[in-house]
Design a protein around this ligand. Sequence first.
Ligand code: PLI
Length: 458
Amino acid sequence: MRQRTIAEPYKIKMVEPIKMTTRAEREGLMKEAGFNTFLLKSEDVYIDLLTDSGTSAMSDRQWAGMFLGDEAYAGSRNFYHLEAAVREVYGFRHTVPTHQGRAAEHITSQLRVKPGQFVPMNMYFTTTREHAERAGGVFFDCIIDEAHDPQSKHPFKGNVDLAKLQKLVDEKGAESIAYLSIAPCVNMAGGQPLSMANLREVAAWAKKYRLSIIFDATRALENAYFIQQREKGYAAKSVREILREMMSYGEGCTMSSKKDNLVNIGGFLATNNEDFFVKAKEMVVVFEGLHTYGGLAGRDMEAVARGIEEMVDDAYIASRVRQVEYLGSRLLEAGVPIVEPIGGHAVFLDAKRFLPDMPQDHFPSQALAAALYVDSGVRSMERGIVSAGRDPKTGEHRRPKLELVRLTIPRRVYTNLHMDVVAESCQALLEERKKIRGLDMVYEPESLRFFQARFEAR
Ligand code: PLI
């Protein structure tokens, strides 16, 4: 039987105009922005695939909730709605709101990492690693090798390699590990999921050594969808049930609500560990705000609470991930090299295969992202040597195997015709790839350099 189309389970009630600039204008704008797409003005962008973070379209129910904000300094009713939603959907008893994910990472790292301890992660994420390192921790990559190979079609490239963890424990002892920081739908690997079977094994292994799993639950829902689609025994389960089971293997999580939770701002730290909760509550007051608002307005917490309830709709998440798959399939048909399997939140161009003659020191992904903007006004993001930063010990560039450009799809924002425009632009660039020039970095911030670094054409 032919596969039937699944349309979005919503219709559009409000629109925001976007405008196309001319190629000559975009050439000037890109140069002015130092060939860094983060430094472009949003109004100069036609289709904005910079990130899926905070770029979702909220529903009418979420917007209605914004008018029910209880803007009290303490004990806002919206906090209790948020706490109840997290308890119900993620299964964690205690919630500490934060203004976004990295604030929850900051608190977690400061409380749970002792200087010199390892923090194993299934691949790094920029802010997560940064906070672990600022607390004196040492990042340890425990993802399976396939994750570093953009052409491996492993269905669960986000899986943890237990042998790598075992080796670390054998050599350094379990007490050298702060906790396991496990991210579903691994962002830097291309939005790749881990399997429930892997998670179960990791949890059993961690228990043996009395180590905790603290999830980076940012895109856990998208991971739940992949488990439903790909893993034996889960086809008949709802994403809601799958997400709840996933989270049951962790002691808690940090969360950027700006992704799965369908809001423009917000995050939280959630846990079943009383002691961690009490300490986190004390710390959030210093850095974010009282523990019942954590840097958010009451209305923002209401939007998060409603977003959490809305996201666990099987029809919604299917249409969300299928749109990403639609763009990826169009690119594959056109022969554009991308990371496979296609991820949950983004399609990643493989800059090493796109620009095979450009050395990594000429920042191929940065150059490709700039060229894409000049071609069509589509904004993407570098995820290669610039994002990887420098080794804190040697000061050398970290040289990731993956040299990628991320085309990140905001939730409920663009139609598949927008995806067609993006695909056509990537195809046109591929045909003219010889014309894409490498870059020199002329300004480099000390940390998280990809956000503000500036470049010039070579
Ligand atoms: O941007 P924050 O502070 O709300 O969240 C930080 C963060 C943590 N973990 C993961 C996996 C992320 O992807 C993440 C933020 N990601 C951004 C901004 C992105 O564009 O992917």
